[in-house]
Design a protein around this ligand. Structure first.
Ligand SMILES: Cc1ncc(COP(=O)(O)O)c(C=O)c1O
Length: 369
């Protein structure tokens, strides 16, 4: 049977049917009062889901575009950026910083682990001349399934005086993250994750302190320039042609999320992730991040049973059950597989993937427990 695909990867995530249908409408002219009315509501609802009073800029790009927009608007060539690296996406920040002429230093831990606040504190205390201008980090590290304690890390960064720039691509709308309360200076995310719409939009919110630094940025670039987005937002629009149909989809998706309520959304992600983690443990499978307190609720990384190939498990899940789970990335490719519980995912989806997985492993001749 076709068209029953269950997307259990950490992005793109499933999109509700009514949101898909909303996207099928004829595009609105973007310089019209009708579009501005929708866009105003989207902006208010984005502030709600981002838990901030500051503007949230909407870019027509993938999440990496917002990461680039974060650093391109802040760094000058030769600036020092400290990147906290717990996986591929943490490393991406360092690469973006370097591509803008900054000097990136990595504070890294083995993949699967998270940054220890004591190590960050020590490094920042050594920086007596306050050379480190920006500290980047990932909240939910999608390549491993580990989650940094952003609140504690940002507290330490704030005391030092550097800016904190945080990747919330798989955490906004899935795990609690409070930029205003926790002192996060810049936070980014992407549409194909917790927002229940397809890929193509990226989001960025920056506070006043980050804007002060932005004013000193010599080459902020053109397309992603924060000042242009801020100016346009005050005029209820975007500086360039927005991805109109994605914004229309986002408008509806945010209304649906709002009616569920933030606390319920966060609880759903926690409950689903814990149901998945505990069910996998009961099957005798080993998790890449064992400690629940360091685990993402958006994605869970799993080792295959001994002697079994990740590729075989993924192939049976896809061919026999129409369920898609993700491979590991880079060095973790074929060593782990990753199951998303992010966005429009229900308890039934989790139970389905667990029993299909049990069956797939048995079919592939694997032994459980
Ligand atoms: C944590 C994290 N950061 C950044 C990105 C990059 O986003 P995109 O692939 O939309 O550019 C992803 C995408 O998977 C991600 O999971």
């Amino acid at each position: 049977m076709k068209n029953k695909t269950l997307l259990m990867i950490p992005g793109p995530t499933p999109v509700p049917e009514n949101v898909l249908l909303e996207m099928a409408k004829s595009p609105m002219p973007h310089r019209s009062p009708e579009f501005s009315a929708v866009f105003d509501e989207v902006n208010e609802d984005l502030k709600w889901i981002f838990q901030t009073r500051n503007d949230v800029f909407v870019f027509a790009s993938s999440g990496t575009g917002a990461m680039e927009a974060a650093l391109s608007n802040l760094v000058n060539p030769g600036d020092k950026v400290l990147s906290l690296v717990i996986g591929n996406f943490g490393e991406r920040w360092a690469k973006i910083a370097e591509s803008h002429g900054a000097i990136a230093e990595r504070l890294a831990v083995p993949y699967g682990e998270v940054i220890n606040s004591v190590d960050l504190q020590k490094r920042l205390e050594e920086d007596v001349n306050k050379e480190i201008k920006i500290v980047t980090m990932t909240h939910s590290e999608t390549s491993t399934g580990a989650v940094n304690d952003v609140k504690a890390l940002c507290e330490i960064i704030k005391k030092h005086g550097a800016l904190s720039v945080v990747d919330g691509v798989t955490s906004v709308g899935a795990m609690d993250i409070k930029p205003d309360e926790w002192g996060i200076n810049v936070l980014v995310s992407g549409s194909q994750k917790g927002f229940m719409i397809p890929p193509g939009l990226a989001f960025l919110t920056a506070d006043d302190k980050a804007f002060e630094v932005h004013k000193q940025c010599k080459y902020p670039g053109f397309y992603f320039n924060w000042s242009s987005y801020k100016k346009s937002l005050a005029q209820h629009t975007t500086p360039y042609t927005p991805a109109v149909n994605l914004i229309i989809a986002l408008h509806l998706a945010l209304k649906m999320l709002k009616s569920e309520g933030l606390e319920n959304i966060l609880n759903r992600h926690r409950t689903n992730a814990m149901l998945l983690r505990n069910s996998l443990r009961k099957l005798g499978l080993k998790l890449f991040v064992e400690d629940d307190s360091k685990a993402s609720f958006a994605v869970t990384s799993v080792y295959p049973p001994e002697g079994m190939a990740v590729g075989d498990i993924r192939k049976i899940l896809k061919n026999d059950y129409d369920i898609i789970v993700a491979n590991g990335q880079n060095d973790l490719k074929d060593k782990i597989f990753r199951i998303g519980t992010l966005g429009f995912v229900s308890e039934r989806d989790v139970l389905t993937v667990v029993s299909a997985l049990e069956s797939a492993i048995e079919k592939a001749g694997g032994r459980l427990k």
